[in-house]
Write a protein that binds this ligand. Structure first.
Ligand code: CU
Length: 784
């Protein structure tokens, strides 16, 4: 567009704005200023540098990544209408990037490496520049791998040209979570599967507690659907931070002063409940934009959201602002003022077993696969019907109540029906109109359970609804995941197996996010504000990040007024890295500056191989297991050696057809005579491995001597830190290849073992077992 003289652009812009005059203020906010002349804007310049730094945030000095020497980085303050010029220097020895979260800016400066913006190579400085078309509280963070978890994040404050809210002072409150482990190692442990994090933060639900609560039936229901429990968060954090510290004191605020708290959730995988001591605070903005002020204390802040509150410093005493991790595993506090503490309300730890019991009562199908047999066949509508809340369950005829949407009301739904009708002749429609999927929800019980997470308290001060004649493109995205393998996706398709979501300029893209997992997913769309359809109807709020609670639906919509490709992903970093991401594309030509930085690199990051292993050193035997795995492929090497001269080793390659079924082939080496290593036999094996309902691992195989074999195993946490395991294997030889001894019809071989394991730490356990080949014994088990 830069080729055209500005006058033509101006005429074009005028004509366009005339055509779109039915659109409202909300769209004006997100209106691209048609690359208006930015020469006359006042320039505000910042230079930041990212370097590795030893930091102590949770009782231990570890290497983190800091911006200008601190975690979090500095607040970048601007005034609306300025032209931001920001130099980012990479002083680390690995690539980095900065994304400006919630800012409406030219696609090239959005900061997603290999998608919109070149990565910043070690030693290099990248210049970002964009006009500031909005005011409010935002933030910035690295979009490279898990660097944000290590500390690469900071706040952005853009003051409006004219402030309409009354307050005396302001304070940025940046929330975060901190781990002393290397974030990639955390992800690797999630991939391998560990109960350690849950135990460490007190959110594990071992069988003894389940039984004591009378929740065995609910647990069986979960197991039948291949779910262990209703997890809220996956990772153990030794500390949660406010502006980089677990406790912050701000004694300089004077009694009676009104302070605007600009609260940002910069955590990598923790959402928080916010509570305030003292007078009831007033919520004035969400995700940067003003909302109808509302007095409100306990408020949920999902990852990557921002909320502004105006609080009054108490006449006497200091008020507490407290952030409580959603799973109750910790808190961080800031105190404003001086004197006696006016404590914030305690948020009770969620009752996971209670949740499980409640969920088991609902008519829903859990465990929607995170992978499909055929990812090319994307049928989200069918997936929604088959999984999750069962819409037309005949068990409960009340289930067909209309308008029971989590974040909608009847009026809104009927309005959607109308626009779904509009789109019936729209060839781009991806859903069968007029589906109004949000119209039907099951009984009331689930309303109670997740109603505290709805956004009905948010109302835009201005109408945000789009013109009735704007075409609508409906998209359904089921949020899917597999906790056991830690793979996350949409519609059962991870980022690495899908194409871009095509959207059109000057259309409304309406996305229904249907969460089929047991976790909350804070979904973030780059470069846009979207309406979150709620009870405010035409005044539904505009946001850049929306939390979708477990087994719930939320509908968002935005007007297409951009160009280029934008990232849309779950802001739980570990879910994004697990594949829960999409590229939303206007299908415009690629920026030539991006030629050397292909998107394949970004996609590859979500389909990396992770490796782990386990070794038992015991009095009767020693075993080693090594695994390397990406989304579809897995290599296993296992070796069991008994001191009584028995040995079995196996190497196999497996391919996941979908979450619960894989095919494999490999080589197995075993001694043929018990208690003697003189006669070793090598055979080729092939078969399937199946993760069954009730969570058994089944191995069905046949070897090159045509001997079939079945193996079945299961482990179970019965007390905190104590699990038991069992394995049974049966092989039959009908003599098809080698023949049998005279008088024999068949030969059978049975292997079985059972044992117990007690977790000592993240890496070490005590173990004891009996194996019919190696006998009984005990020792140490190491996970690495
Ligand atoms: Cu997620």
């Amino acid at each position: 567009m830069k080729k055209f003289p500005n006058i033509i652009l101006a005429i074009f812009a005028f004509a366009l704005s005339f055509l779109l005059s039915g659109l409202t203020n909300a769209q004006n906010l997100t209106e691209k200023s048609v690359e208006g002349n930015t020469d006359n804007l006042p320039v505000r310049e910042y230079a930041i540098s990212i370097n590795e730094l030893a930091v102590n945030k949770a009782g231990k000095e570890v290497m983190g990544m800091a911006i200008n020497g601190s975690v979090p980085g500095p607040t970048l303050t601007f005034t609306e209408g300025e032209y931001a010029v920001i130099y980012v220097k990479n002083e680390m020895d690995e690539e980095t990037s900065i994304h400006w979260h919630g800012l409406l800016l030219p696609n090239f400066y959005d900061g997603v490496p290999y998608l919109t913006t070149p990565p910043i190579a070690p030693g290099e400085t990248q210049k970002y520049e964009f006009p500031l078309k909005q005011a409010g509280t935002y933030w910035y963070h690295s979009h490279t791998m898990l660097q944000e978890q290590s500390g690469v994040f900071g706040s952005i404050v853009i003051h409006p040209k004219e402030e309409t809210l009354a307050y005396d002072k302001e304070l940025v409150i940046m929330l975060s979570d901190w781990t002393n482990e290397k974030p990639m190692n955390v992800l690797r442990f999630l991939k391998r599967g560990t109960e350690w994090y849950n135990w460490r933060k007190g959110t594990a639900t071992p069988l003894n507690q389940v039984i004591a609560r009378g929740a065995l039936a609910a647990q069986l229901n979960f197991w039948r659907q291949r779910m262990e429990s209703a997890d809220i968060a996956d990772i153990y954090y030794p500390a949660f931070l406010v502006n980089g510290e677990q406790i912050q004191e701000y004694p300089n605020f004077k009694p009676g002063e009104k302070v605007r708290l600009r609260i940002i959730n910069g955590a990598a995988s923790t959402s928080f409940w916010m509570t305030f001591g003292g007078e009831e605070p007033t919520l004035v903005a969400a995700d940067g934009l003003n909302v109808e002020p509302v007095k409100r204390n306990k408020t949920f802040i999902a990852i990557a959201e921002t909320y502004d509150f105006i609080v009054s410093i108490p006449k006497s005493g200091k008020m507490e602002f407290r952030a409580t991790a959603q799973d109750g595993s910790g808190t961080a506090s800031a105190f404003l003022g001086q004197g006696e503490v006016l404590a914030a309300e305690d948020v009770p730890r969620p009752d996971k077993i209670g949740m499980m019991m409640q969920m088991a009562k609902m008519d829903m199908r859990m465990g929607a696969p995170a992978l499909k047999f055929n990812p090319k066949k994307d049928d989200p509508q069918k997936m929604m019907e088959n999984w999750g809340m069962q819409m037309k369950g005949d068990k409960n005829p009340d289930n067909d109540m209309p308008g029971m949407n989590m974040a909608g009301n009847k009026e809104e739904v009927s309005q959607m029906d109308h626009s779904s009708m509009d789109m019936s002749d729209d060839k781009n429609s991806k859903m069968d109109p007029p589906s109004a999927p949000m119209a039907e929800m099951p009984g009331m019980e689930n309303m109670d359970m997740f109603s505290e997470y709805n956004y009905n308290y948010l109302k835009s001060p201005e109408k945000t609804v789009y013109g009735k004649d704007v075409p609508v493109n409906e998209i359904l995205l089921n949020l899917t995941g597999n906790m056991n393998r830690y793979i996350w996706s949409m519609n059962g398709i991870p980022l690495s197996e899908t194409d871009k979501i095509k959207i059109k300029e000057r259309q409304i893209t309406r996305i229904t996010l249907n969460n089929l997992t047991m976790m909350h997913h804070p979904m973030h769309l780059h470069g846009h504000f979207f309406r979150v359809i709620n009870e405010s109807g035409d005044y539904s709020p505009l946001k850049h990040t929306v939390n979708v609670p477990p087994m719930q639906k939320v509908t968002i919509e935005f007007y297409g007024n951009e160009y280029g490709d934008w990232f849309f992903h779950c802001h739980i970093l570990y879910h994004m890295m697990g594949g829960m991401a999409r590229v939303v594309s206007y299908d415009t030509p690629e920026d030539p500056r991006m030629k050397p930085f292909p998107i394949s690199k970004l996609i590859h990051e979500t389909n990396r191989f992770y490796s782990w292993g386990m070794a038992d050193v015991a009095s009767h035997n020693t075993t080693v297991n090594l695994t390397t795995s990406n989304i579809r492929n897995q290599f296993n090497l296992s070796m069991e050696y008994g001191w009584n001269q028995n040995l079995e080793a196996e190497f196999s390659y497996e391919y996941y057809l979908y979450d619960y079924l894989r095919v494999f082939g490999g080589i197995n080496v075993e001694n043929t005579t018990r208690n003697s290593l003189d006669d070793m036999k090598t055979i080729a094996v092939a078969g399937i491995r199946w993760f069954t309902p009730y969570m058994f691992n089944v191995d069905l195989r046949i070897d090159n001597e045509l001997r079939p074999r079945i193996g079945i195993g299961r482990s179970l946490m019965i007390f905190p830190k104590l699990s038991i395991f069992g394995y049974y294997e049966y092989q039959i030889d009908a003599g098809l290849v080698n023949g049998l001894e005279a008088g024999q019809n068949y030969k059978e071989e049975i292997v079985w073992s059972a044992g117990a394991q007690y977790m000592l730490s993240k890496n070490f356990s005590l173990m004891t077992s009996y194996d019919n080949r190696f006998g009984a014994g005990g020792g140490l088990s190491v996970m690495f």
